[in-house]
Design a protein around this ligand. Sequence first.
Ligand code: CA
Length: 227
Amino acid sequence: MPAGLILLVEDDEELRALIRRGLEEEGFAVCGVRTGAEAMQRARDEAPDAFVIDIGLPDADGRDLCQALRAQGVTAPVLFLTARDALSDRLAGFGAGGDDYITKPFALSELKARLRAVLKRVGSDGVLLGAGLALDPATLEVSCAEHSVSLTPTEFRLLGVLAAQPEKVVSRRDLVRAAWPEGAVVHDNTIDVYLARMRRKLRSIPGAPAIKTLHGVGYLLQAVSPP
Ligand code: CA
């Protein structure tokens, strides 16, 4: 029984072969393709458990491929490979629905560890787990134990960023980058309105973590200590 099927989208043949060997040694089954178009096709045919996607593909930007997969209802975790070290690229990767990124060149052991981590965060039914919350991208519902509440798509993306790194501070700027389209002008009071609404929704779920404000720094999702 393999540890899972990984769809590897990487146009560099040598790197693709290297990653494939490494992941197969780890017990994964690997399907390797070169282009975004092939990836879309194989994603439909094989329903992989996770994706490893190079951002620089010959026919597409890996982030656009990720968004296209998400738009088709694919919820499997996505780990981006990026040759660029720019922070904006990494964040745009999260905004595109990716779960993590790794910058080239990387050690195979690190790729394996990241892949295991994203697979662990995602339940078998494609539900993202973070900070004790389950986020279902198909229904846009967030739940904790047996209680759940519906979110709007923007609220879902905002909470997704916070839940992906619980107890870590996320700046306003990073929230905007992840939740709104590139170049969108988002006023501070708009974010405040969203956060107030999300706080209200989270408070309606017993035991759910709370969004804490660190003035002038950002926000973090913090577990509520038991009474
Ligand atoms: Ca490439």
